[in-house]
Design a protein around this ligand. Structure first.
Ligand SMILES: *Cc1c(COP(=O)(O)O)cnc(C)c1O
Length: 464
C-alpha cells in the first residue's frame, strides 16, 4: 500500500483522474466533473498531510468516488417528514397518490394530447383535462387551473377588477408565508384595495358603505394561518354574497386551502368545502391544489362560466398556465374523489390526516428500541404529541398523535447535543426532519408509513 506523508508524494490531478480504478466514474459522469472532484479531494488530502497525518493512495480513490457521488446528488431530493405538520410548505406540501405519479410518468415520457382533440384531430384545450372533473365534483359551471393559488387570486383580481376598487375586511388582509400579502397582490393586480371594518369586527353595513361606482367585486379571504379570538365579527359568505348581488357585483372567495369533501366525515374539524362556498353564493372560488386537496402545486378557480371566460381571455392566463405533468397529476387526484369510499386509503394527505392515533402509537412502540440503539447516550421514549394540518388549513386545530421523543439525560457530561443529533438525522441518505421543542428532538410518526425504509436508512446514522 502506498502511504503518502508529504504533499509532494500526492499524485497529480491528471494521474488520479486517469487512474484506471476511476474509469467507471469518468464513463458515468464525464471528465470535467471528475477532474473538479479530484481537485477537491487532493486539496483536502494536502491539508490532512500538512496537519501531520498520512493518507493511503487507495483512500484517495475511495474519497474521489464519495466526492463524485456528492457532486451529482440532486439538490432537490426526498426527505422523511416527521415534523408533525402534514402539509409542510418547506417540505413540498402534499405527497401525491400513486395513480398521480403514474399519470405524470405516462405523459412525461413522450408526446401527449395536451392541446389536441383526438376525436376531431384539431387543436384542443389544455384546461379541459381538469375542468370536467372539477365541475362534476364541485357543482361549478366552469373551472380554470393555473400555477398556484397566488396566481389564481392575482388572475381573478386582474381580470375582474383592474383599475377598480375591491373592498376587503381589515381582518382578512393577511400575509401567508412566502411573501403572499393580500394588499400587495391587490396592488400588482392593478386594483385598489378599500379597507373595510376593523381588525376584529366587520359588519355588513361596512361593506354597503364602501360600495361605490368604482367597486369591481366583493371578496372574502380565508384567514388561513391565524385566528382572531374574542370580540370578533365577520360578515358571513351568504350575507356578503347577498350584498354583492344586490349591487350587481361578483362575489369572490379565496378559500386558501379549499377542500372538496366534508372533513368531519373523517373525524377532522370541518372546513368550508368548495361546493359549500359556491352554494353560499360565491361566483368564483380560488383554492390550492397542493393543500387539503392533496394534489400537485396548482391554483384552481371554479364558478360561473361567464366569469371564468373573462379570466381565460386575460393574457396573464398564458403566463400562469399549468404544465402537462401538473394536469396529469391533478386529473388523477380528482379522479380519486369520484370514489369517496376509497379516498382515505388512496390519497396520502387524507390518509395521514385521518390516521388513527392508536396506529401511530403502535408504530412508535415498534420503532422505539431500534432508534434507541442508534442513539447511544440519549433517551428515547414514546410520547403523546399533536400534529398540525399545515399550509394554513385548519390553523388552530391539533390532531392527537404519537412521537419518538429523544432527549439527553445528562447533558453536561456527555458533550452531546440535541442540535447535533438533529443534524445527524438530517445528514442521513434520506434526511429525517423532526422538530426541536423542550430540549428534545421530536419525531411525530403520523406521516411515516414505510417502516423498513426508515430503519434501513438509520443504519448510516453517525452521531458525534
Ligand atoms: C395558501 C394560500 C394562498 C396561496 O396559495 P398557493 O397555492 O401557496 O399559491 C392564497 N390564499 C390563501 C387564503 C391561502 O391560504
Amino acid at each position: 500500500m502506498l502511504t503518502i506523508d508529504t504533499p509532494k508524494k500526492l499524485p497529480s490531478v491528471d494521474r488520479l483522474a486517469n487512474d484506471p480504478n476511476n474509469a467507471f466514474l469518468v464513463e458515468e459522469y464525464g471528465m470535467p466533473l471528475v477532474t473538479q472532484c479530484v481537485q477537491t479531494v487532493l486539496s483536502e488530502a494536502r491539508r490532512h498531510i500538512l496537519a501531520g497525518r498520512t493518507i493511503e493512495y487507495a483512500s484517495l480513490i475511495k474519497l474521489l468516488s464519495e466526492e463524485t457521488a456528492r457532486a451529482v446528488q440532486p439538490s432537490l431530493r426526498p426527505v422523511i417528514n416527521l415534523t408533525g405538520t402534514v402539509l409542510h410548505t418547506n417540505l413540498g406540501r402534499a405527497a401525491l397518490p400513486e395513480s398521480a405519479i403514474l399519470a405524470m410518468v405516462d405523459v412525461a415520457r413522450g408526446a401527449s394530447n395536451l392541446e389536441f382533440d383526438i376525436k376531431t384531430g384539431k387543436r384542443g384545450d389544455r384546461h379541459k383535462h381538469a375542468e370536467d372533473l372539477l365541475c362534476k365534483l364541485t357543482g361549478a359551471e366552469s373551472a380554470l387551473v393555473v400555477n398556484n393559488n397566488a396566481a389564481a387570486v392575482l388572475l381573478t383580481l386582474n381580470s375582474l377588477a383592474k383599475g377598480k376598487e375591491v373592498p376587503v375586511s381589515r381582518g382578512e388582509l393577511i400575509e401567508i408565508g412566502g411573501a403572499f400579502r393580500m394588499p400587495d397582490i391587490m396592488a400588482r393586480a392593478g386594483c385598489k384595495l378599500v379597507e373595510v371594518g376593523t381588525t376584529n369586527r366587520t359588519h355588513g353595513t361596512d361593506f354597503e358603505q364602501a360600495i361605490g361606482p368604482r367597486t369591481a367585486l366583493l371578496m372574502k379571504v380565508h384567514t388561513s394561518n391565524f385566528e382572531i379570538k374574542g370580540f370578533t365579527k365577520s360578515v358571513t359568505e351568504p350575507a356578503l354574497a347577498e350584498i354583492a348581488h344586490r349591487h350587481a357585483l361578483p362575489f369572490v372567495t379565496d378559500l386558501g386551502s379549499g377542500t372538496l369533501i366534508a372533513l368531519d366525515k373523517y373525524q377532522l374539524p370541518h372546513e368550508t368545502t368548495v361546493t359549500e362556498a359556491l352554494e353560499a353564493g360565491a361566483d368564483l372560488v380560488t383554492f390550492s391544489g397542493d393543500k387539503l386537496l392533496g394534489g400537485p402545486q396548482a391554483g384552481i378557480i371554479a364558478g360561473q362560466r361567464k366569469l371564468i371566460a373573462k379570466l381565460k381571455c386575460n393574457p396573464m392566463t398564458r403566463a400562469m398556465r399549468p404544465d402537462k405533468l401538473t394536469l396529469a397529476a391533478l386529473q388523477a387526484v380528482l379522479r380519486l374523489y369520484t370514489n369517496p369510499a376509497r379516498l382515505a386509503v388512496e390519497l396520502p394527505t387524507l390518509r395521514w390526516l385521518s390516521r388513527d392515533v392508536a396506529e401511530i402509537e403502535q408504530l412508535a412502540g415498534r420503532l422505539v428500541t431500534t432508534v434507541q440503539n442508534h442513539c447511544k447516550g440519549f433517551k428515547v421514549i414514546v410520547a403523546p404529541t399533536h400534529s398540525q394540518v399545515g399550509s394554513g388549513a385548519l390553523p388552530i386545530d391539533r390532531l392527537e398523535s404519537a412521537a419518538l421523543k429523544i432527549s439527553l439525560p445528562d447533558r453536561r457530561r456527555s458533550g452531546k447535543s440535541i442540535n447535533k443529533l438533529a443534524k445527524a438525522f438530517r445528514e442521513l441518505p434520506v434526511p429525517v426532519i423532526g422538530r426541536i421543542a423542550d430540549d428534545a428532538l421530536w419525531f411525530d410518526l403520523r406521516c411515516l408509513e414505510d417502516e423498513n425504509h426508515f430503519v434501513e436508512n438509520l443504519r448510516s446514522l453517525a452521531i458525534v
